[in-house]
Design a protein around this ligand. Structure first.
Ligand code: ADP
Ligand code: MG
Length: 392
């Protein structure tokens, strides 16, 4: 810190003011060091949150200034403000910007509520200017480290989730494969037995049930295999609008029956992509069927396509029941369903996720309970290698 004496320090009554100067200086220096030490101690607490630290820092600042009772402080970070008790705007204040990763995100301000004598150093001492700069740097560093740690744990969580999906995928692929053959036998023999002439009515209807249940099971196995990407995509040049039209063609009458109107907003100048058309069809069908389920009393199904940078975007939006944040977190987990046993398998969105990621795409979901949901699928435009220059 500077060697200049603290000219503005309130002098205690003394007959020899000059003799007291070193003592005063020392006292001020102790205050500053105490402030810095307490801030470092706060920042060192492993469980401390950013908000708690900033509130702590703001309260530690005034005691380190010359007139603690008349000193107020505040810290601004993004949209948040942390202040000392009784904070008001002051005529004299000093501030330091909080620059985090090269971006100014807020500031720290210290001010005097009363009009203090202005000496040759200005309303604040040089030491106080140093101190606020040091505190600004320390706080910015703390926030930067904390945000980096949060980002790291978020990525780890994502990785664990992806790992889990991959493991479930491998297990389900094995199970699906093992089940396929015996199931095929059950189906074939039930269909054969059904052809026996003059079957008693009860037996015929039981066999019909066996056939229907086997078909349903085969569908689940097919979805499982799709999800675990056991079926490699057969890619060709695809017109996404045509895929949307095909999927809607299958589901239009079901929408009508359920009082759902379809609002199509397909971009006429959509570039083609390279994809597996039948898998994309599956994506659309799964999303639309979910939307239909979400609107038991009717509503509007909005389907849009548009070019979005180097991607093609397909959105499926409903104004149905929507999802809570808790449901939203789990929708891509295989077998997660909120529906009755006969209505949902909990595999629809896992399949959608598997297909979209195997195409190098992403899927975003927004949902508000009681208002509806919007699923946005983004698929990449063909790379130079894949592109044959054709347009739709
Ligand atoms: P399923 O439809 O068989 O339940 P999905 O994987 O397709 O399985 O969907 C999982 C869950 O996600 C559903 O049970 C439902 O709770 C929720 N969900 C999916 N789409 C929507 C939607 N459009 N609106 C509200 N909830 C939805
Ligand atoms: Mg579904």
């Amino acid at each position: 810190m500077g060697k200049k004496p603290k000219t503005r320090a309130a002098p205690p009554p003394s007959e020899h003011p000059n003799q007291d100067e070193p003592l005063l200086q020392l006292r001020e220096r102790v205050k500053e060091l105490t402030c810095l030490y307490s801030i470092l101690q706060l920042a060192g607490r492993p469980d401390i949150q950013v908000a708690e630290l900033l509130q702590g820092v703001v309260e530690l600042l005034p005691p380190a200034w010359q007139y603690p009772e008349a000193t107020v402080a505040r810290i601004l970070l993004d949209d948040h403000c942390y202040t000392t008790n009784g904070y008001r705007r002051c005529a004299h204040k000093q501030a330091v910007a909080l620059v985090i990763k090269g971006r100014p995100r807020g500031c720290i301000e210290v001010g005097f509520l009363t009009k203090n004598p202005t000496r040759d150093e200005g309303p604040f001492l040089k030491e106080e200017r140093h101190l606020i700069d040091t505190v600004g740097r320390q706080v910015a560093l703390f926030i930067e480290r904390r945000e980096a740690a949060e980002e790291k744990s978020r990525l780890q969580l994502q990785l664990r989730h992806a790992d889990r999906l991959a493991t479930i995928g491998q297990i389900s692929a094995g199970v699906a494969h093992e089940l396929n053959e015996p199931l095929g036998n059950i189906l074939a023999f039930a269909q054969l037995a059904r052809k026996t002439p003059e079957l008693p009515k009860q037996v015929a209807s039981d066999l019909d049930r066996i056939v229907a249940t086997s078909l349903r099971t085969r569908e689940i196995i097919r979805k499982l295999m799709l999800f675990s990407r056991q079926m490699p995509p057969r890619k060709s040049r695809v017109n996404v609008n045509a895929v949307v039209d095909d999927a809607l063609c299958l589901l239009e009458s079901r929408c009508l029956r359920n009082g759902i109107s379809i609002d199509r907003r397909l971009s006429p100048s959509l570039p083609g992509i390279v994809a597996d058309a039948s898998q994309l069809n599956q994506v659309l069908v799964n999303l639309v069927v979910n939307a239909i389920h979400a609107m038991p009393d009717g509503g509007t199904l909005k389907i849009a396509t548009r070019a979005d940078g180097d991607q093609v975007m397909i959105s499926v939006e409903d104004n149905g029941v929507g999802m809570t944040a808790k449901v939203l977190k789990q929708i891509f987990v295989p077998f997660f369903t909120t529906k009755d046993v006969n209505e949902g398998t909990g595999l629809g969105l896992s399949v959608v996720h598997g297909i979209v990621t195997s195409h190098g795409g992403t899927i975003d979901v927004r949902s508000t309970p009681g208002c509806g949901s919007c699923f946005e699928v983004r698929l990449p435009l063909p790379t130079a290698d894949e592109d044959d220059g054709g347009a739709f």
